[in-house]
Write a protein that binds this ligand. Structure first.
Ligand SMILES: [Zn+2]
Length: 83
């Protein structure tokens, strides 16, 4: 293997530990809830979720779970709660 590629692989391993280097600007996931599967998205600085709860509260267990999963990889404005 070329030494330049070996260097990149080493760097990638280090970067993978330093998750604060990565900030999602948008994302879309299929979220399997207990009763149904929902589309949960972060786009244009806002959360969206196809579940019923979200439509009245603008947040839900799915958006809050993603905040917890992604933690410091989300922009500050995406963190609506301190859970
Ligand atoms: Zn939801």
């Amino acid at each position: 293997m070329q030494s330049s590629l070996i260097g990149k692989i080493e760097k990638a391993k280090r970067y993978a530990q330093e998750t604060e280097r990565v900030t999602f600007s948008e994302l879309s996931v299929k979220f399997r809830g207990e009763h149904d599967t929902y589309t949960t998205e972060y786009k244009d600085g806002k959360w969206h979720c196809s579940c019923h709860f979200f439509s009245s509260w603008r947040l839900c267990s799915h958006t809050m779970a993603l905040e917890k999963i992604l933690g410091n990889m989300l922009p500050k404005e995406a963190l609506s709660t301190q859970i």
